[in-house]
Design a protein around this ligand. Structure first.
Ligand SMILES: C[S@@+](CC[C@H](N)C(=O)[O-])C[C@H]1O[C@@H](n2cnc3c(N)ncnc32)[C@H](O)[C@@H]1O
Length: 276
C-alpha cells in the first residue's frame, strides 16, 4: 500500500464530523448535488461525472470497476441512473468507509460494493469486468504499465477503459503544488498525451475516443472559486466542502488548479480505449 497516497487523503479525514454535518443539514438525506462538494473529488465536479454516465449509457457494458473510487460520487450516479453493477476499489481505506456511509445516507439508499486494494495488484479474478473507469486516479499511480496489465487481466475480452484524467500540458515545468491529488511533485504522476497513448498501445488497448476537457474544467474551477469567495463572506456557508477531505491546504489547491490549467501546465482529458 502506498503510504503517501494514504497520508494525502487520510490526514485530515474526520468521518464523524462529515457525516454529522450532512445529517444535520439534510435530515431527509443529501441528494447527489448536496453530496457533490465531498463525493466528486475531481476537476469538473458532478457535471463531468454526469457526462461520463451518459457516455457509459452508450457503451454496451454490464459490469463496471471504478478504480480509485474515492467517496463514490460517480459510482452512485452509475448505479442509480443506469442500474448497472459497479464495484469500487480504492487504496485509501478511510475514504471507502465514508463512501459506504454516504451511500446509506443518500435517499436512494443504494450501496455499491467497495473494496480496499491497490490498482497495481487487483484483488479480482480474471475476466470479470466489461468496463474499468479511472476518474482522476491514474494520476496517483506510479506504475501505469503495471496497472494497465492488471486491467487487461480482469477485463473481459474486448473490455473497455474509460478515463477522466489529468495529463501534463505543454508547460508542465510551471506546475504548482499543492493540488487536490498531491501535496508535491513526487506524489503526482501526470503523463504526457504521447506517453499515455504509447502505454495504452503497448498494453494492447486501442484508443477509440480522446477528448480534451481542459477548457470546461478550467471554467468549472473558476465558477467554484467564485462560489467559495461568496460563501466565505456568508453567515451560513455551505455545510460541506472539499476542505473537509483535503484539509486547510485546499485553500491553495483550488487556485493552483486554475493556474495550472490556465498555463497549460496540466490538461484534463477523456479517453476511451478497448482491449484490442
Ligand atoms: C483525486 S481522488 C479521485 C476520487 C474519485 N475517483 C473522484 O473522482 O471523486 C484519487 C483516488 O485514487 C485513489 N488511489 C490512488 N492510488 C491508488 C491505487 N494505487 N489503487 C487504488 N486507488 C488509488 C485515492 O485513494 C483516491 O481516492
Amino acid at each position: 500500500m502506498s503510504a503517501t497516497v494514504n497520508a494525502h487523503y487520510q490526514q485530515n479525514l474526520d468521518t464523524d464530523r462529515i457525516i454529522a454535518k450532512l445529517q444535520s443539514a439534510y435530515p431527509e438525506g443529501p441528494d447527489r448535488f448536496q453530496l457533490a462538494p465531498v463525493d466528486q473529488l475531481h476537476i469538473g465536479g458532478i457535471k463531468a461525472s454526469l457526462k461520463l454516465v451518459k457516455r457509459i449509457a452508450e457503451l454496451d457494458v454490464t459490469s463496471i470497476l471504478d478504480i480509485g473510487s474515492g467517496l463514490g460520487g460517480l459510482m452512485r450516479l452509475i448505479e442509480q441512473d443506469l442500474k448497472l453493477s459497479i464495484t469500487g476499489l480504492d487504496i485509501t481505506h478511510g475514504l471507502n468507509q465514508i463512501n459506504q456511509q454516504l451511500s446509506s445516507l443518500a435517499p436512494s439508499n443504494s450501496s455499491p460494493q467497495v473494496i480496499t486494494g491497490d490498482a497495481h495488484n487487483l484483488p479480482f479474478k480474471s475476466n470479470q469486468f466489461d468496463l474499468i473507469v479511472f476518474q482522476h486516479s491514474l494520476l496517483n499511480m506510479p506504475d501505469a504499465v503495471q496497472v494497465l496489465r492488471e486491467c487487461k487481466r480482469v477485463l473481459t475480452e474486448h473490455g473497455q477503459l474509460l478515463m477522466h484524467e489529468v495529463l501534463q500540458g505543454e508547460n508542465h515545468s510551471e506546475m504548482r503544488y499543492p493540488v487536490p491529488w498531491a501535496r508535491n511533485a513526487d506524489d503526482s504522476h501526470l503523463r504526457t498525451e504521447s506517453e499515455l497513448l504509447a502505454m495504452l498501445s503497448e498494453s494492447d488497448f486501442e484508443v477509440e475516443v480522446f477528448n480534451d476537457w481542459s477548457e470546461e474544467a478550467l471554467a468549472w474551477r473558476q465558477r467554484q472559486a467564485e462560489k467559495e469567495k461568496q460563501s466565505a463572506g456568508n453567515t451560513t456557508p455551505p455545510p460541506v466542502s472539499p476542505a473537509l477531505i483535503l484539509g486547510p491546504e485546499f485553500g491553495q489547491m483550488g487556485p493552483n488548479v486554475i493556474r495550472n490549467l490556465s498555463n497549460r501546465a496540466a490538461r484534463v482529458v477523456e479517453v476511451i480505449a478497448r482491449d484490442a
